[in-house]
Write a protein that binds this ligand. Sequence first.
Ligand SMILES: Nc1ncnc2c1ncn2[C@@H]1O[C@H](COP(=O)(O)OP(=O)(O)OP(=O)(O)O)[C@@H](O)[C@H]1O
Length: 247
Amino acid sequence: MISVKHLYKKFGKLEVLRDFNLEFEAGSSYALMGPNGSGKTTLIKTILGMVIPDTGEIMVQGESIKGNFKYRSDIGYMPQIGRYPGNIKIGQLFTMMQDIRPEISEYDMELVEAFGLDTMMDKAMHTLSGGTRQKVSAALAFMFDPDILILDEPTAGLDPMAVEVLKRKIKKERQKGKLILITSHILSELDELTNHAIYIFEGKVFFNDSVESLKEITGEKRFSTAIARLMEWSIKKNPPQIKISHV
Ligand SMILES: Nc1ncnc2c1ncn2[C@@H]1O[C@H](COP(=O)(O)OP(=O)(O)OP(=O)(O)O)[C@@H](O)[C@H]1O
C-alpha cells in the first residue's frame, strides 16, 4: 500500500534518513519507534509530501507520489502538534475541510461526538486547551474515512478517557482493513495497537519485522522489554543476528 525505496534525506550535514526501504500493507498496524531526533516525523512528512527527499521513491497505492497530490486524500494524518488559524472556530474548520473534499458526502463524526466537540463548535481554536486541539486533530484525521491513517504521537496531551476513545477507534479502523502507522514513545500503547515494529536509529532502519518476530529474536515475552533490548543492541552497535527484513 505504501512502498518506500532507497530514501535519503539530509538537513544540511545531518543525514536523517539513510537508505530507508519499507513496505506498509493494508490491514496492518505499524509502530514507528526510535530515539528523539531519529527521523520518525521526517519519514512521515516525506510520505505526506511535506518534506522532499534527496533521493529515493515513495509509492502509495501503486503510484509514485512525485508531482502527485491526489494520493493525499487516501491518508488521514494526525500531526504531533496541530497548527490551525487562531481565529477560526471548530465548526468552521470542519466545514472548511469538508468543502475541500466535495467528493465525500458522508463524514465519520464518531470522534467529534465521542470527544464532545459537537458541543464546542463555536469555540475559536486559539481558546482551546492543548488536549482539545489534539482531539480536533484526531477528529479531522478520521473524518474522511481514509484507507491510510498516519498518527504522530496521537495520545500526547489527551486525558485518560480520550486516550481510551482514540485507542478504540484506531482498533476499529484497523479491523476494517486500513493501514495504520503510529509513532509513540508510549510502548504499552504501541503493544496494544500494532502488530509490526519498526525501530530506527541514527538514520537507518535498525529493525523491521512483526511484533511476534521482535519478541522471538530478542527472547523477550513483553513488548516493552523487547524494545529495551533492541535499544541496547542499537547503542552497542552489535546486534546478535538481527534480521532487518524489508517485507
Ligand atoms: N526542517 C528541518 N530543518 C533542519 N533539521 C531538521 C528539520 N526537520 C527535522 N530536522 C532534524 O532532523 C532530525 C530528525 O527529526 P525528526 O523530527 O524526524 O525526529 P523524530 O524521530 O520524529 O523525533 P521525536 O521523537 O523527538 O519526535 C532532528 O535532528 C531534527 O532536528
